[in-house]
Design a protein around this ligand. Structure first.
Ligand SMILES: [Zn+2]
Ligand SMILES: [Zn+2]
Length: 156
């Protein structure tokens, strides 16, 4: 994983919505759940958990899509790219879809979730695999381990 200076810029497929990330991710993930398979039109979704204070929409106005429930899935209103998710009650981070970044080349998933629903051939280089989700109390250990290994740049 290469260190890259913050802030990072990103955007949707059409460019109507643009994002800026000014804090390093707490954790990176691949999710194999069938919901993510449908919403990403692919085998799994890729997320970087960005501290909320380090995440901003700099252009455009994302709209809610996906589940329209407790996870607030944000999409570009024009090209409909699934861009990021905010979880109700977990408002200290934003789950950015990593491929929205202009340069996602640094990204590798540190953990993978919902492997019980994964497509049989789908594998990732994740260090930790979970049949479903890690327990809430595991997150502190995982984010600590990720911070040590990933050597992310300092927040700006
Ligand atoms: Zn768009
Ligand atoms: Zn998922």
């Amino acid at each position: 994983m290469s260190r890259q200076e913050l802030p990072w810029e990103g955007g949707c497929r059409c460019g109507e919505v643009r994002l800026r990330i000014s804090a390093p991710p707490l954790l990176t993930m691949a999710c194999h759940c069938t919901g993510c398979q449908r919403m990403s039109s692919s085998a799994f979704s890729l997320s970087a958990a960005i501290p909320s204070e380090g995440f901003s929409v700099t252009k455009g106005e994302p709209v809610i899509g996906g589940l329209h429930g407790a996870p607030h899935h944000h999409f570009c209103p024009h090209c409909m790219s699934w861009m990021f998710t905010r979880m109700e009650g977990l408002d200290w981070f934003v789950n950015l879809r990593a491929t929205m970044l202009d340069d996602p080349s640094w990204f590798t998933p540190f953990i993978e979730t919902w492997t019980r629903e994964k497509l049989p051939w789908a594998t990732t280089p994740a260090v930790h695999s979970f049949e479903m989700l890690p327990a809430l109390e595991d997150f502190e250990r995982l984010t600590k381990e990720y911070a040590e290994r990933a050597q992310m740049p300092a927040a700006r």
